[in-house]
Design a protein around this ligand. Structure first.
Ligand SMILES: Cc1ncc(COP(=O)(O)OP(=O)(O)O)c(N)n1
Ligand SMILES: Cc1ncsc1CCOP(=O)(O)O
Ligand SMILES: [Mg+2]
Length: 218
């Protein structure tokens, strides 16, 4: 992920979220390569759920080089300890995972820490003031990936981007079809899973389409 100064000067970018399960990381690596080669992607988050640390390790060791060869930040979800152990570029923590300060203590000053703030201005201010590299708002649309989410409104993005330099990420059910108002409201990054992996023309076409929309909004 770029620094806040860079992101303030540039346009909205894609933050790709992995599927919750990756049965065969070497096969998925081909899908990831294709997706990343479809257009501009700022970051990829490994978001595996209910799998062993060995499975996360195998996936990270297979997928991290694919990202880092393309200058795409490799972010670990939920687990600052694994972010360090597996040499990730950063970690994303939610309100139910651990406090920002604890995640920062584990990953140190060099790796990025992003924080889920749902639809809360208070949580976002708190995270940014504590030193988070980005705050994430959502869900903006119903998500097929995560069933239980807090609905967020676009005005939180307008408010944040008008006030703060720390980048904001929008997440939740975002697709090529519905993303334009989210970009216009001021999101620095769109975090997307289903809208890429389940796109009717495949992940590469989805990333290309997002990139074209971002360019048109510059
Ligand atoms: C970029 C980004 N934003 C929000 C989330 C959600 O994090 P969390 O609330 O901890 O939920 P899980 O993803 O862990 O189910 C995220 N992962 N990434
Ligand atoms: C992890 C997460 N947090 C809020 S919505 C969501 C799921 C994102 O995936 P999708 O883009 O498929 O809705
Ligand atoms: Mg989490």
């Amino acid at each position: 992920m770029p620094s806040e100064q860079q992101s303030a000067a540039t346009h909205c970018r894609l933050y790709l979220i992995s599927p919750e399960r990756i049965e065969h990381p070497t096969i998925f690596a081909d899908d990831l390569r294709a997706a990343l080669d479809g257009g501009d992607v700022a970051a990829f988050q490994l978001r595996l759920k209910d799998v062993s640390d060995d499975a996360i390790t195998h996936a990270a060791d297979t997928l991290r080089p694919v990202c880092q060869q393309r200058d795409v930040a490799f972010i670990m979800n939920d687990r600052p300890d694994l972010a360090v152990k597996l040499d990730c570029d950063g970690v994303h923590v939610g309100q139910e995972d651990m406090p920002y300060a604890e995640a920062r203590r584990i990953v140190g000053p060099e790796r990025q820490v992003g924080v889920t703030c749902k639809a809360s201005r208070h949580l976002a201010m708190e995270a940014a003031e504590a030193g988070a590299d980005y705050v994430a708002f959502g869900a903006f649309f119903p998500s097929g990936t995560k069933a239980v989410t807090t609905p967020a409104e676009l005005d939180i993005l307008e408010w944040w981007s008008g006030l703060m330099e720390v980048p904001c990420v929008a997440i939740g059910g975002i697709t090529v079809e519905n993303c334009r108002p989210v970009i216009a409201a001021g999101a620095d990054f769109l975090a997307v899973a289903g809208g890429v992996w389940n796109h009717k023309d495949g992940p590469k076409a989805a990333v290309r389409a997002f990139s074209e929309i971002f360019s048109a909004h510059r």
